[in-house]
Design a protein around this ligand. Structure first.
Ligand code: 1GP
Length: 248
């Protein structure tokens, strides 16, 4: 049994549904009240967890995370852009290393800065190999991290990166086209990566319809993340459609 209950929840989700649906709440995109309302709807939709974060934050995470905790039983998982993006009111943190890049600060630097804080606040870290995949437009994460995404037609480059993440002991791999990407991660790249690893695979960035989400699951994604599409035309019905499509 893993000591991290959020990771257990992720594995239970996979047992129950075959794939899981994660909704990203970007604190820059909503005020506390609006985020809290969204969290209630995320839970009602049948989604499996909430990711909280973004590449560039100016808002204080504490009041938003606190409000989310009050509104939902779903795990609140931090999805940080750097070591400043921390709050004790989350349940766990994707402890991300940007392994597709060659920027030492995002491979290990920010992680070292955040580690003592995470230990002090008993936040559960989920070591995650984060891979940025070219999505057809410059994204905030590409700019903020100063890293070059893996070309979308090079699954053979992506596969060994994911395998290295597993060999390094990471618990999940995240294929990221970037929030608002013009194109999501290609199916072929998802399949190639999935075939290389035995740890769960998260796919996000530019997934705008439940049909596309289902295609990504069919290609091998274990978890689908959506963010922007719900901020743009969010409705409970759309979220339910995403959850149903992902859960199959
Ligand atoms: C971004 O993968 C997430 O980190 C979600 O992307 O906002 O494009 O859905 P979107």
């Amino acid at each position: 049994m893993r000591s991290n209950w959020v990771l257990n929840h992720f594995y239970d989700t996979l047992k129950k549904h075959n794939a899981g649906y994660l909704v990203l709440i970007d604190p820059e995109q909503c005020e506390v009240e609006k985020c809290a309302k969204l969290a209630r709807e995320v839970e009602r939709s049948g989604a499996d967890a909430i990711l909280l974060g973004g590449s560039f934050l100016t808002n204080d995470l504490d009041p938003i995370a606190k409000a989310l905790k009050q509104e939902t039983q779903l795990p609140i998982v931090l999805f940080p852009g750097d070591s400043m993006h921390l709050t004790p009111y989350a349940d766990a943190i994707l402890y991300i290393s940007l392994i597709s890049g060659r920027n030492p600060n995002y491979l290990i630097g920010e992680q070292v800065k955040a580690a003592p804080w995470i230990q002090r606040h008993a936040l559960k870290p989920i070591p995650t190999g984060y891979m940025l995949i070219e999505g057809g437009s410059r994204t905030a994460v590409e700019f903020m991290s100063g890293t070059i995404p893996i070309p979308r037609d090079k699954p053979d480059i992506a596969g060994p990166h994911a395998l290295a993440a597993e060999y390094l002991g990471m618990q999940m791999v995240y294929l990221e086209a970037g929030s608002g990407a013009a194109h999501p991660v290609p199916d072929e790249m998802i399949s190639t990566v999935k075939n290389q690893i035995s740890i769960p695979l998260i796919v996000g960035g530019g997934i705008r319809t439940p049909k596309i989400a289902a295609e990504k699951v069919a290609a091998g994604a274990d978890f689908i993340v959506t963010g922007n599409v719900l901020e743009e035309n969010g409705s409970l019905e759309l979220m339910q459609d995403f959850a149903d499509a992902v859960h199959g």
